[in-house]
Design a protein around this ligand. Sequence first.
Ligand SMILES: *Cc1c(COP(=O)(O)O)cnc(C)c1O
Length: 397
Amino acid sequence: MSDQYQSSNVFNPPDRLLLGPGPSNVHPKVIQAMTAPMLGHLDPDFVAIMDDVQRMLRLVFKTKEGFTLPVSGTGTAGMEAALVNLLEPGDTIVIAVNGFFGGRLEDIATRIGARVERVDFEWGSVVDPQKVREVVQRQDSVKMVGVVHVETSTGVISPLEDIAAIAHEKDALLLVDAVTSLGGCDVDMDSWDLDVVYSGTQKCLGAPSGLAPLALSGRAMEALRKRSSKVPSFYLDVSILDQYWNEGGGRTYHHTAPITMIYALWQALDLLLLEGLEERFARHHRVASALRAGLSAIGLEPIVKSNWAPPLTTVAIPDGISDTAVRGRMLREHDIEIGGGLGVFKDKAWRIGLMGYNAAPANALRVLSALEQALAAEGYEVARGRSLEAAQMSLAS
Ligand SMILES: *Cc1c(COP(=O)(O)O)cnc(C)c1O
């Protein structure tokens, strides 16, 4: 034993219910998959798992021919991969911004040296395709239009099909951030004609954070081949990653795939597809409706009234109630994590996620019950049990 090292024995993660904007808890089978024996990243048995993951991702993104791969890294790595592969310095990208993550798209596009045209919408409101169209049409040329499908800072879902048509009128690609939507609400890449779509594993897909599934349409792959400059990121260069992920590329080493994360994703996608996409979307909708009914019943109005996204509900914090005091109680006394507000909603809203494995009636009831207790302890007058009654009625209807 080393006499230089004394273990602090702090590694003892408690069992929490994660009902914030992600990460979410995962099915026990997903954790179990991560404990399977390690394989080499070029082992034929691992390669078979990779092929299967790509096939399952095509089903989840609803694309027959699209190229899919899980980018190593979290949702933001997917965002960065999408932008860095398809934008070159001087290219114009029109970005619809109706919350925090639209702003992050702009940040990354600017770092690449692209010309960014922002179309701003009030936080909590939906992206209006006609406003995007006006800006797109005004440009000489547009390489890409970017939009966040479910804005996780507000819980709004935006219409993708119309925005895709607007992009294509101008021969531009449509980029979609589906980090919070994929696996929780419909994302139909082929029918809606989306070009570059990325997600993250820890939200509605039901795996830990660490991979960013990315899908590219034929149009996007062609744009990638036609680039005049090298992709400025080696790690995220899809044209080289393709040589590892696709049989035809000779399985050329690029970087060592995160083996256990890919096991987890395989298992999470298998569970998702066995449940069925439409059944899964209906489950998210059903539990979010119950949560919303329960919150309203105790005077906590959900902020988003129309185009609300089932995976994530934002709710205004009542006047005089401390954000951190309530969330602190939820965590310490109930082992439940919910999210605080982001950006303009900081200190003003809570974000409650019912995503993937966590989108279950029992979790909607648990978070309502804990919230009632925490609010009461902080002096908010709440008719105890009323939120559970309303949620249960919603579930029964
Ligand atoms: C969570 C999230 C991201 C970023 O994902 P990370 O896994 O945190 O890197 C990007 N976009 C949206 C819409 C998100 O909700």
